[in-house]
Ligand binder design. Structure first.
Ligand code: NAD
Length: 488
C-alpha cells in the first residue's frame, strides 16, 4: 500500500507531554501547530508547558532519582531492553510519524529508528559494566575505592533533524547510568520523541524517571537549567544556543554539560583516491536527510589533478536524486525540515555566485508546495564564501581545489568547527597524516560511518564537548566518588 500524507496517524491528534507518569496537555498554555514539511499542512497541535508543568516535571525527576539510581543495574537493563523490543515492534508506525513531521524518506526514517533501537540495546548492555576500581592504599589499614555515581536529574534538549536518534542517545545514556530526565525535544518534531517515551513507559519505567515537555525553547531551558534540582545539561543544536546554555549552567550551580553543536565537516580528496567511489559516497552522505546532518561531509577540498573529475561525479550523483514527499517510495531526498533552512539555502547559493563560485547542478527551490530544495553542487568556491565557512545544514556541496596536503589540512582546520572530518586516499602515509592533523572529534577515512552506538560521538572546539555513545557516553552521566576507609 502506498502511504499518503493525508492519512495522519492518531499520534498527531492527541499530542501530549509526559509529566510524572501522566500524559498531559499541561496547564492550558497556548501551544503551537506541528507541520508536515513536505506539504506545509498542519498535522496536529502541540501543548506547551507552563511554569507549573515544568516544576512538576523537575519535581518528578528529583523525587524519583534516589530510587532509580538505587535500582540494580540489571533491572535498569531490562527496562531499556524491553523499550528497544517495543520500538522494534512499532518501527513501521513510528517511521511514518517521523517522516510526516520531519520529512526524510521512509527508508531513512526506518534506518534512524533502527539506530535508535541499537542505542537502547547498547546502553542496556553497558549497565553490566558500570564498574568502580580499587586503588592500592599507602597503608594496610586503609581501603580505597572509586565508585561511579549518577550525576542526578538531567535536562536534555534535542533538535529536529534526528527526532529519534538524538533523544535515544540522551534518554538511554542517562537511564542506564541511573539518572532521571526532563527532555525537551524539538517542538517541530515532537511525536517521534513521544513514541520513544511511550516505549519506555510501556517497558515499565517508573513514573517520574522520564518526563517530556514542550514550550518556547528559550523559556523552557532557562527554567530547567537554572533549577537547583537539575544537575546535568545535555544539548544538541546550534553553537550560539549551546554557548548560552553553558553560561546559564555555569551561573546556576556549575552544572556539567554535554554539548553537541554541529559542524562543517571538511572532506579532503587526494589524487590517489578512488575518485568515482569517493564521489558516490560523499553524495550519499551530503544529501542524506536533505543535508541536515551535523556530521555530513559538507565542504570539499579536492586535489587539483582530480578536481574536475570528482566535481563532475559528485554533480552526476546529485542529479540522480529524486526530491519528494518522504512517504512516496520514489523519493530519495525529502524536503528541508522547516522554512528557515530553505531561506538559508537560497542565501548560500546567491552568496556563492557573488563570491565567484558556479552552480554545477541544482541551486533552486522546487516549484511545488513543501520546503524542497534541489540537491546542489557548487564548483570553484573561494574559501571566503559563506557555504565554505558556515554550517549550511542543507543539500549544498561546495567544492574547492588544493595543491599540497599541508595546504589542505591548514584550510580544513581554519574554521572554529571540530565535529567530523573525512579524507579519501589510498596512501597509508597520507591517511595517518590526516588522521593526526585534522582537528575534529571524529575522522573517517575512505568512508563516513562515524556515528555508531559503540563509539564516542562528539566534537572539539566550537562543536562542543563531551561524548554520546561509547563508554564515554555513560561517563557523561556519572561522577567518580573516591572513598578511602581507615579501619584500624
Ligand atoms: P536554533 O538555534 O534556533 O535551534 C536549534 C535547536 O535548539 C532547536 O531544536 C531548538 O528547538 C533548540 N533551541 C533553540 N533555542 C534554544 C534555547 N534557548 N534553549 C534550548 N533549546 C533551544 O536553530 P535552527 O534554525 O533550528 O537550526 C539552525 C542551526 O542549528 C543549523 O543550521 C545547525 O547549525 C544547527 N543545528 C544543529 C544540529 C545538530 O545536530 N548539532 C541540529 C539542529 C540544528
Amino acid at each position: 500500500m502506498t502511504l499518503s500524507s493525508n492519512d495522519v496517524p492518531s499520534a498527531f491528534s492527541d499530542l501530549r507531554m509526559l509529566i510524572d507518569g501522566r500524559w498531559t496537555a499541561g496547564s492550558g498554555m497556548a501551544g503551537e501547530p506541528v507541520f508536515n514539511p513536505a506539504t506545509e499542512g498542519a498535522l496536529g497541535r502541540l501543548p506547551h508547558a507552563g511554569p507549573d508543568d515544568l516544576e512538576r516535571a523537575v519535581a518528578a525527576a528529583a523525587r524519583s532519582f534516589d530510587a532509580w539510581a538505587a535500582t540494580p543495574a540489571c533491572e535498569r537493563r531490562q527496562v531499556l531492553l524491553q523499550a528497544a523490543r517495543l520500538l522494534a515492534s512499532r518501527i513501521d508506525a513510528i517511521a511514518r510519524i517521523l517522516t510526516l513531521e520531519q520529512g526524510k524518506p521512509l527508508a531513512e526514517a526506518r534506518a534512524e529508528l533502527a539506530a535508535a533501537i541499537e542505542v537502547f540495546e547498547w546502553y542496556a548492555e553497558e549497565t553490566r559494566r558500570l564498574y568502580g576500581r580499587v586503588i592500592p592504599a599507602r597503608s594496610r589499614a586503609v581501603a580505597q575505592v572509586v565508585q561511579h555515581e549518577p550525576v542526578g536529574p538531567v535536562a536534555a534538549f534535542t533538535p529536529w533533524n534526528f527526532p529519534a536518534l538524538t533523544p535515544a542517545r540522551k534518554i538511554a545514556g542517562a537511564l542506564a547510568a541511573g539518572c532521571t530526565v526532563v527532555l525537551k525535544p524539538s517542538e517541530e518534531t515532537p511525536a517521534t520523541a513521544l513514541e520513544l517515551a511511550r516505549a519506555c513507559v510501556d517497558a515499565g519505567l517508573p513514573a517520574g524517571v522520564l518526563n517530556v515537555v514542550f514550550g518556547v525553547p528559550a523559556q523552557v531551558s532557562e527554567y530547567l537549567v537554572r533549577h537547583a534540582a537539575i544537575r546535568k545539561i545535555t544539548f544538541t543544536g546550534s553553537i550560539p544556543v549551546g554557548k548560552h546554555l553553558a553560561q546559564l549552567a555555569a551561573a546556576h550551580g556549575l552544572k556539567r554539560c554535554t554539548l553537541e553543536l554541529g559542524g562543517h565537516a571538511p572532506v579532503l580528496v587526494f589524487d590517489d583516491a578512488q575518485i568515482e567511489q569517493a564521489a558516490r559516497v560523499c553524495a550519499a552522505g551530503r544529501f542524506r536527510n536533505a543535508g541536515q546532518v551535523c556530521v555530513a561531509p559538507s565542504r570539499f577540498y579536492v586535489q587539483r589533478g582530480v578536481a574536475e573529475r570528482f566535481t563532475a561525479e559528485l554533480a552526476a550523483a546529485a542529479r540522480l536524486l529524486v526530491p519528494g514527499d518522504g512517504l512516496d517510495p520514489a523519493a530519495t531526498m525529502g524536503p528541508l525540515a522547516n522554512p528557515r533552512r530553505l531561506a538559508a539555502m537560497q542565501r548560500y547559493v546567491e552568496d556563492a555566485l557573488a563570491a565567484g563560485g558556479r552552480v554545477e547542478t541544482g541551486g533552486r527551490r522546487l516549484d511545488r508546495p513543501g520546503h524542497f530544495f534541489e540537491p546542489t553542487v557548487l564548483g570553484g568556491m573561494p574559501d571566503r564564501a559563506a557555504a565554505m565557512c558556515e554550517e549550511t545544514f542543507g543539500p549544498i556541496a561546495p567544492v574547492t581545489v588544493f595543491d599540497t596536503p599541508d595546504e589542505a589540512l591548514a584550510r580544513a582546520n581554519a574554521l572554529p568547527y571540530g565535529l567530523a572530518a573525512y579524507a579519501f586516499t589510498e596512501s597509508p602515509r597520507t591517511a595517518a597524516a590526516v588522521a593526526r592533523g585534522l582537528s575534529a572529534g571524529m575522522v573517517g577515512i575512505n568512508h563516513l560511518a562515524v556515528s555508531l552506538a559503540e563509539a564516542p560521538f562528539g566534537g572539539v572546539r566550537e562543536s562542543g564537548y563531551g561524548s554520546e555513545g561509547g563508554t564515554e557516553g555513560l561517563d557523561a552521566y556519572l561522577s567518580p566518588k573516591f572513598v578511602t576507609h581507615l579501619s584500624a
